[in-house]
Design a protein around this ligand. Structure first.
Ligand SMILES: [Zn+2]
Length: 462
């Protein structure tokens, strides 16, 4: 039995890919420990497999229909505007809040979409929070300032360095290594010097590496090249392996350890301008290549999310709610599934929102979601009708790796590993949904699992 005094370490990696880890496993001794002494398998992200949606799903134990985060670029209800997701929009309790209510001490370092909830413990908010990197409470800021001479803990590469990715990729890589070093030092210090029942941290470098360098990492990429960037990518995974090793040496022996990524990557070499197809079929109104969001019948936004312009719902809606809405959705599904480019069908399926989400916020999701095959992704800018040649595709996307295109969760799974003295060790293939993590951790700590969680506690303990 797991004792009620159980402490839990969650070592998170944004976008770390099982395909890469399995290929390099002989050079990653700490990852290999999970395989040899515990469990190492796959985590299945939600749709879409995007960082804000996936981490929120992980931390709430719920599908997006119950927490309200459907995209990196959410669309404002009753409007055509988009805005970037942030933690204040999460409409569910999180694992950290639930543990805090049970008087457990929680430490959070750089978890995407963290920062808004009030917790019993300390937090350095992560990606997408307005206070990203600023330690809370004030006493923690003072401590880290004294120890590391930092007012803010860097968790993610700054946008100006990201733009260097094509002109000088080494600048981006250097920064990824630097940030990882600082985060690792801060993480080790916190683990050693603070009291915590749950400590959770996320490293973002694996995601940035995946987007910009996938064609140097994944030998299944159609334009795979082995070069200096391939070597630095391996060096980065080795660095993460050694950080993980240091964390494992620092925690109490009886700690339950979860190793987790929110999604992995698939190759991307072409982007599809869905709105060019929707225009061909009479759904889009445009002028000089600019889409009119207000006057179109349906528009594909940046991630394969398709919004119908519905009367009474959108300010300038044209499609009637009942029969016509359903007819239009079915027509668009057929139109998009029939797209053929260079003898290939880039879209593997188109789903209606109620087929993949359930719960009180389903009506805030896009009406349809186009799911692309690996190799393809949706073009990001909904307001543009591509007028260049070829008209329907971009053959030179900025990123060579993707996960949010929207791709099927099973095409971009993350990793999931466990270490614990009471684990049922298994080398059989193992996988779980991301929403199973919160209930599994609650069960390990003998805390009741809220009934509205979608996830189930995984049967991994003796
Ligand atoms: Zn990403």
């Amino acid at each position: 039995m797991v004792s009620s005094k159980k402490s839990v370490l969650v070592f998170g990696l944004d976008g770390a890919s099982p395909s890469v880890i399995n290929r390099w496993i002989e050079e990653l001794p700490t990852f290999n420990r999970f395989k040899e002494e515990g469990i190492l398998g796959l985590s299945i992200p939600p749709i879409p497999a995007q960082t804000p949606v996936a981490w929120t799903t992980c931390m709430t134990g719920k599908n997006p229909g119950k927490h309200g985060i459907f995209s990196f670029a959410q669309r404002e209800t009753g409007s055509y505007r988009r805005y970037i997701a942030n933690p204040s929009l999460v409409r569910s309790d999180t694992l950290c809040q639930i543990l805090s209510e049970y008087k457990k001490r929680v430490g959070v370092l750089n978890v995407p979409m963290s920062g808004y909830e009030k917790i019993n413990g300390f937090m350095i908010p992560g990606f997408l929070d307005k206070n990203e990197g600023i330690p809370q409470p004030r006493s923690m800021l003072e401590k880290l300032r004294t120890k590391f001479n930092l007012d803010s803990v860097p968790g993610n590469v700054e946008p100006e360095k990201l733009t260097k990715a094509t002109t000088n990729p080494h600048v981006l890589l250097d920064r990824i290594f630097e940030i990882t070093q600082v985060l690792s030092d801060v993480g080790l210090y916190l683990i050693e010097n603070e009291v915590w029942d749950l400590f959770i941290t996320v490293f973002m470098g694996t995601d940035r590496l995946g987007h910009f360098f996938w064609k140097y990492i994944d030998n299944a990429h159609p334009t795979y090249i082995f070069n200096e960037f391939s070597k630095r990518a391996l060096a980065y995974y080795k660095m993460i392996d050694s950080v993980l090793s240091k964390f494992l040496k620092t925690i109490p022996k009886e700690t339950f350890v979860v190793l987790l990524s929110d999604h992995g990557f698939c190759p991307v070499s072409r982007e599809v301008y869905l709105n060019n197809y929707l225009q061909d079929h009479g759904y889009i109104e445009s002028k000089n290549g600019k889409v009119s969001l207000e006057n179109s019948r349906a528009v594909a936004y940046g991630y394969g999310d398709i919004w119908i312009n519905v009367k009474g719902r959108e300010p300038n809606g044209v499609i009637k709610k009942n029969g016509e809405y359903e007819t239009v959705r079915n027509e668009i599904i057929q139109t998009l599934k029939a797209i053929k480019i260079e003898k290939e069908k880039p879209i593997q399926e188109v789903v209606k929102r109620e087929e993949v989400y359930w719960g009180p916020y389903v009506s805030e999701a896009s009406d349809l979601i186009a799911i692309f095959k690996p190799g393809w992704q949706s073009a990001r800018r909904p307001e543009i009708i591509n007028q260049k040649d070829p008209p329907y595709i971009n053959t030179n996307p900025l990123w060579s790796g993707g996960h949010d295109g929207t791709h099927h969760p099973r095409c971009v799974p993350g990793i999931l590993g466990f270490l614990d003295a009471n684990l049922i060790k298994s080398r059989a293939p193992f996988e779980a949904n991301l929403w199973d993590l919160a209930p599994t951790i609650l069960k390990a700590m003998n805390i009741p699992i809220p009934k509205d969680m979608d996830g189930k506690a995984l049967p991994i303990f003796k």
